[in-house]
Structures are given as structure tokens and as C-alpha cells.
Design a protein around this ligand. Structure first.
Ligand code: DLL
Length: 433
């Protein structure tokens, strides 16, 4: 089933024609209305008329998060403020927030993306969709909310927090689709057990999980514990929010809504575009956005694209799972380590729980990596020898996967802080001294 078969199954050549027409148009609009783009294009002597098709996209300059910060709050808007009907902003650990503004058409496009995503995950107009992403300046809650309404399904706008009440509502309202971060899905599963529910009490079929990186091993863990299909959804507020891309039931990469968002992968070293299939930084150009159109926006997310035809019949290009943000890559004693590698090793061991925290420090000028892992209840009540064996095995597996030695610290069940939104899995003490 599709939400918009005509677009979702459009031939690649028709899609390319549509992308070309839209790119020509958006480049004209940003040149005429956004000072920063005019300056960037003038600096390289590029005129809007030089962009004749989507193939010319490589001529255009990149946009980075700092551009948005420098133009805080509304400097990159391409329409008068009166045409903006909603603002969102993404949290900043340092510096200013990045603010995005949507026109009525932008909101409609975004809802369309999430309606398509919901159908990909198996939702129908008869579904009840439990939205446990946060509502507010974060785009997760409202994005999935309007997508559900556009599909004509029933939305439960529960937002994040109050887990006991979430479980009660999920059961009583018979939600078949759950939307939240993957880390919160694990927490919900744990709380279900704790509160004495059985999986039979729920009507859940699928979960639409995103907003943070998660591994295939985490997917298996969630699918087993909740007995649902766990679907990956990707997005970022700068581009619109959740729904820029989403998996279908084949779970072989996320279909990018490439009639609206044109993807590229570039090398983080040379910034040159890379061929399909190679890993690098994901870059998006918004083809129809009015409020704050972005040209070749560098997302900092690392992944690869995949254009093998999908068994579901959708023709869009897909993105493979994001394995890291370039900002999250840890360099430990000169070796690049991605948190996702650590998660994969942990969750490949059936005795480990999906709760962990990574601590990096510098002791006597040497980087030290510690991985705090929660023991499962079964392991916790096991003999000391079994616990020792588990710890040694984990340390060995970790060293061969990430090529640096890590200190494994086993902690008691439920001692690592649970997250209701994006999980914070890393403390890097090296840069806070
Ligand atoms: O996290 C939007 C969203 C909400 C996506 C709900 C999916 C579901 P931001 O707060 O702007 O927006 O954060 C965007 O989160 O650049 C990625 O680093 C990360 N991210 C989002 N989805 C995924 C995913 C929302 N499926 C940033 N896998 C992005 C890996 C993801 N990382």
C-alpha cells in the first residue's frame, strides 16, 4: 500500500525531470530572497541561470549549521515573516539555537512525508498512532502528529514522559503504531515487564523509531522485546523534521522523499561528491521548501545511498542506516571509534542489556575508554565466575571490533539513566577540563 503511489512509484526519469524543474526554481528563489545565498553564489560567479538541471547541483555552494546560527533567528528565511505559520528550533549544546520556519505549504509537504512514512511502516487510516516523541520546539511530536492526521488515522498526542500513563493509554486505546526514539522503545519494553503487562495486552504492530542513531542489533532487540516490526525513520529540523526518509516493510534502507529533498553523499575530507554506495556525509537540498530553503546542507550524518530497486515498488533512492554523526566520532589514541560499533558488539552478546554509557578521559596524556554496561537480571544473579567470563569476552570482542582496548565496567541492572528522548550515551571528559 502507498500513500501517494503516483509520486512514490514514479519512474526515475520522470523524477529527475521533476527534481530539475524544482531545483531551477529554488535556486532562483534563494538567490533573490536570501542574502547569504546571493553572496555565496556571487563569490563563485554562479548565476541562477547556470543551473539548468539537477545534474548541475554540484556547482552550488554548501550550507552548514553555522550559516543558520549566524543568521539567527530569521536571516535565512526566504519569505516575509507574515507567511511563516510555525517555528521550530533544534537544541544547541553550545551557541545559538538553529531556527526553522514553515509556510502553510511547507507544513503540508511535511505532513505528506510523514503520512507516506506511516503507510510504509504498515499504518492505515484505521490505525491508532501513539506519538511519544516530544511535542514542542523539537520536530518529532508535531511531525508525526500531522502525518497521522493527513493519513486519516487516529493520533494519540501523548508526547514524552510519564511512562506508566503511556503504557496504560497504549493498551486502552489499542495503538497499533508506536512513534518514539529507539532508546525509549527499550525503556517502554522494560517498564511493561515491570508493571506486569504481557505483550498480549497490546495491539502494537510496528514502531517508527528515529531521532538518534541505532544499530541492526538494537533493531533485533526491540523487535524481540516488543514483538513488532521496528522501522527506522530519519529527519532533521533543518530539512523539515521526521520523515525526510523512512524504511518500508522490506527494511533495506530508508526511502528518501526525493521529490522534495535531493540527497548527495560527499567525502568529509575533500568535500567532493561520492558515487552511490560509498560512505560519507549526507547532504540535502530542499527542492520545494518556501520558509527556509537550504541548498546542499551538510547534515554531519554519515551513511551511504543505495539505488537498488526495492521490492515494495517505491522508486526513490534509499539511504542506509546512519552509522554516526561526524561530530560523534571518537578519536581514541588516534583510532576512529564510532559509538555504533560499540553498540553492535554489546548487543551481539545475549547476556548484555541494551543500556550502556561510554566515558572517555585522558589520564597521564593517554586516552582511556571506559564502557559502562548494565548487566541483565539473569547475569546479575549469576555466579561471579560467569560474570567475569562475560566481562572478559566483551573486552576481547570490543578490542577486535574497535582496535583499541576498552575498560568494561559492569553496573547493576537499571542503574544507567533511561532516556525519554534522544539518549545521551557519551561523556567525553577530555574537552571539559
Ligand atoms: O531528530 C527529527 C526526527 C524526529 C527524526 C523523530 C526522526 C524521528 P533534530 O532534533 O534536528 O531532528 O536532529 C536531527 O538526529 O541530523 C541525526 O544526527 C539524528 N537522527 C535523526 N533520525 C535519525 C535516524 C530530529 N533514524 C539529527 N538514525 C540528525 C540516526 C538520526 N540518526
Amino acid at each position: 500500500m502507498y500513500f501517494n503511489k503516483e509520486i512514490e512509484c514514479m519512474s526515475r526519469s520522470e523524477k529527475e525531470a521533476l527534481q530539475s524543474e524544482r531545483l531551477i526554481n529554488v535556486v532562483k528563489r534563494v538567490y533573490d530572497n536570501v542574502k547569504m545565498y546571493r553572496a555565496k553564489m556571487d563569490a563563485i560567479k554562479l548565476k541562477p541561470s547556470d543551473i539548468k538541471s539537477i545534474k548541475d547541483i554540484y556547482k552550488l555552494p554548501y550550507t552548514v549549521k553555522q550559516d543558520l546560527r549566524d543568521s539567527y533567528p530569521f536571516g535565512m528565511f526566504a519569505v516575509p515573516k507574515r507567511d511563516i505559520v510555525r517555528l521550530h528550533a533544534s537544541s544547541a549544546t553550545t551557541g545559538k539555537l538553529t531556527v526553522v520556519g514553515y509556510t502553510k505549504n511547507d507544513l503540508d509537504t511535511w505532513a505528506e512525508c510523514d503520512a507516506r512514512a506511516l503507510v510504509m511502516a504498515g499504518a492505515t487510516p484505521d490505525s491508532t498512532v501513539h506519538v511519544a516523541y516530544g511535542y514542542g520546539l523539537f520536530t518529532g511530536g508535531l511531525g508525526m502528529h500531522y502525518g497521522t492526521e493527513k493519513l486519516g488515522a487516529t493520533v494519540v498526542p501523548v508526547s514524552s514522559g510519564n511512562t506508566k500513563r503511556q503504557l496504560m493509554l497504549m493498551k486502552d486505546f489499542e495503538a497499533d503504531i508506536l512513534c518514539c526514539t529507539p532508546s525509549y522503545a527499550i525503556f517502554l519494553a522494560e517498564e511493561m515487564e515491570k508493571e506486569g503487562y504481557s505483550l498480549k495486552d497490546f495491539n502494537l504492530k510496528a514502531g517508527i523509531f528515529g531521532a538518534e542513531a541505532w544499530t541492526e542489533e538494537m533493531r533485533k532487540t526491540i523487535e524481540n522485546r516488543l514483538n513488532i516490526k521496528a522501522i527506522d525513520i530519519y529527519g532533521l529540523s533543518e530539512i523539515c523534521g521526521p520523515g525526510v526518509a523512512c524504511e518500508c516493510s522490506e527494511q533495506t534502507g530508508m526511502h528518501i522523499q526525493d521529490d522534495y529533498f535531493f540527497p548527495e553523499i560527499i567525502s568529509t575530507d575533500t568535500l567532493e561528491p561520492l558515487p552511490i554506495g560509498e560512505e560519507g556525509e549526507l547532504v540535502f537540498t530542499t527542492l520545494t521548501k518556501e520558509g527556509i530553503p537550504l541548498i546542499r546542507y551538510r547534515t554531519r550524518d554519515l551513511c551511504s545511498l543505495n539505488d537498488t530497486p526495492c521490492a515494495c515498488g517505491r522508486t526513490s533512492i534509499k539511504m542506509n542506516k546512519v552509522f554516526a554523526r561526524s561530530d560523534d566520532m571518537l578519536i581514541i589514541r588516534g583510532v576512529n571509534v564510532f559509538p555504533s560499533q560499540i553498540e553492535s558488539v554489546l548487543l551481539s552478546n545475549p547476556l548484555a542489556s541494551p543500556h550502556y554509557h561510554i566515558v572517555v578521559d585522558r589520564v597521564n596524556n593517554l586516552d582511556v575508554l571506559e564502557i559502562q554496561v548494565e548487566m541483565s537480571e539473569a547475569l546479575f544473579s549469576d555466579e561471579v565466575k560467569a560474570i567475569e567470563n562475560f566481562k572478559n569476552k566483551l573486552a576481547q570482542d570490543m578490542a577486535s571490533a574497535i582496535s583499541v582496548s576498552a575498560k568494561i565496567t559492569l553496573v547493576s541492572p537499571h542503574s544507567i539513566e533511561r532516556s525519554e528522548g534522544k539518549a545521551k550515551r557519551i561523556t567525553d571528559k577530555r574537552f571539559v577540563k
